[in-house]
Design a protein around this ligand. Structure first.
Ligand SMILES: Cc1cc2nc3c(=O)[nH]c(=O)nc-3n(C[C@H](O)[C@H](O)[C@H](O)COP(=O)(O)OP(=O)(O)OC[C@H]3O[C@@H](n4cnc5c(N)ncnc54)[C@H](O)[C@@H]3O)c2cc1C
Length: 418
């Protein structure tokens, strides 16, 4: 069969890798590089080149089975890393890093703060309760996160200085959106990733030398003959025989099947008025939102105390609180020994010193709410009909493994198991 894959992120790359074993597959990517959110930037400092990840960075040994298998196939090396989380709230003169007992009290006065101890006690209670409710499939899992926190009387400190920033950081969401998150989705994710445990947690890792190493390894394996970069597809039409891709230069090309490995809204836009009512209602219910991502070397957004610096640093000082201001400390995450601290900051980036900015990028992330979850359940209503398949991280939790899983799902529909 001749198959077109639209989109070269993890979903599209793994679909390509699996389906080309038995079919003639062409991968179309709008960007001039393959990888989508796998976007590693080379930066030279004092004559040394550092490969810094600006999109996909970390994965672990618990919840990324497909991705781990894929990089093992590609013989790509990984490097263990630390996943720690800090909060800086200047209004309350508070900062902490949850990684160790010592880093929790990097700011000495936290020891004497009753509100800090209350927050810690609430976190322990939340973790215990969360595990119980998930295990019991409790009806309160149907609540929204805000309702849940009110119902179980969790304090403002734990909500504002821990749970909402942590969730916003994980899902690149706004603090104001977090109370609408479905509790079931939130707690299941926290439980699966060991975030409700103090000790028993997965080992996190990065790709040694930057995430793009696995993209390069894939290209080495598959070659570039069936890869079309910088391909601006305008629309996709379908008939009984198959599908037709229409390009910006007026040309078109026919295939037997098409796999949309782009985002839900992008797939819907490509189908335009050709989208069926089911496609419109399912894909239309899964929205994406843009995140501005800045690569820089300004440590001003990190906690004041170096001992409180973590892999993920949440800054609550920004005036616009609707969006997450999250700074990844790339030196910690990628274990870089560099004369500068490479930072990747999401949103509210105005506070970054201009001279220290190395690059600005836009990435979109799925929006998670009750509508998204309902639409995710209806994937089979649109998948595999009209010669059309949809994959992408949006079908699950929005992470790299989710994109990979969704590609494996599609391959299985073609009888290829992985
Ligand atoms: C800043 C940031 C950090 C992240 N960090 C992590 C992390 O550490 N760990 C983790 O697990 N996840 C992380 N994620 C999430 C994860 O990277 C993504 O969910 C996942 O990589 C998305 O893969 P995808 O294939 O669904 O989409 P994408 O990677 O976005 O790929 C979609 C591709 O489709 C292409 N496309 C769109 N329209 C067209 C068209 N018309 N024609 C051709 N091509 C088209 C796009 O150019 C794009 O390349 C992060 C996300 C962001 C934004």
């Amino acid at each position: 069969m001749r198959i077109a894959v639209i989109g070269g992120g993890i979903s599209g790359m793994l679909s390509w890798y699996l389906l080309q074993q038995e079919h003639e597959v062409t991968l179309f990517e709008a960007n001039d590089y393959l990888g989508g959110h796998t976007a590693t930037i080379d930066v030279e400092v004092a004559g040394v080149t550092y490969a810094i990840d600006t999109g996909f960075i970390v994965f672990n040994n618990w919840t990324y089975p497909v991705f781990n298998k894929f990089i093992a196939d590609l013989a790509v090396e990984k490097l263990d890393t630390e996943m720690s989380f800090s909060v800086k709230n200047s209004q309350q003169d508070l900062e902490y890093n949850g990684n160790t007992f010592a880093s929790l009290f990097a700011q000495k006065r936290n020891i004497l703060r009753p509100s800090f101890w209350r927050m810690l006690a609430d976190i322990v209670r939340f973790n215990k309760l969360g595990k119980q409710l998930v295990a019991a499939e409790h009806p309160d899992l149907d609540l929204k996160l805000g309702e849940f926190l009110r119902k179980y009387k969790f304090g403002n400190g734990m909500r504002d200085n821990y749970l909402l920033p942590m969730g916003a950081a994980i899902w690149s969401a706004g603090l104001t959106e977090m109370p609408s998150f479905p509790v079931r989705f939130f707690l299941r994710f926290f439980n699966n990733h060991g975030l409700l445990n103090i000790a028993d947690r997965p080992q996190w890792a990065v790709i040694k030398g930057g995430s793009k190493r696995y993209v390069d390894a894939l290209l080495n394996k598959l070659g570039t003959a069936n890869l079309r970069l910088s391909q601006n597809i305008l629309s996709v039409s379908r008939d009984e025989q198959g599908v037709t891709l229409h390009f910006a230069n007026g040309e078109s090309e026919q295939f037997d099947k098409v796999i949309f490995a782009c985002h839900s809204d992008q797939a819907l836009a490509l189908l335009g008025h050709n989208a069926t009512a089911d496609e419109q209602s399912v894909l239309g219910a899964i929205a994406y939102q843009q995140n501005e991502v800045v690569l820089h070397t300004d440590t001003g957004l990190l906690p004041k105390r170096r001992a409180a610096w973590a892999s993920w640093n949440y800054n609550l000082d920004a005036t616009e609180r609707s969006r997450a201001t999250l700074t990844y400390n790339m030196n910690i995450l990628q274990r870089l020994d560099a004369p500068v601290t490479f930072c990747v900051t999401l949103n509210n980036t105005a506070a970054i010193t201009k001279e220290k900015i190395l690059g600005t990028y836009q990435y979109a992330h799925p929006v998670y709410n009750m509508m998204t979850m309902a639409a995710q359940q209806k994937r089979s209503v649109i998948n595999g009909h009209n010669h059309t398949y949809f994959c992408g991280a949006y079908w699950y939790n929005g992470f790299h493994e989710d994109g990979a899983r969704s590609a494996v799902d599609i391959a299985a529909m073609f009888g290829i198991n992985y």
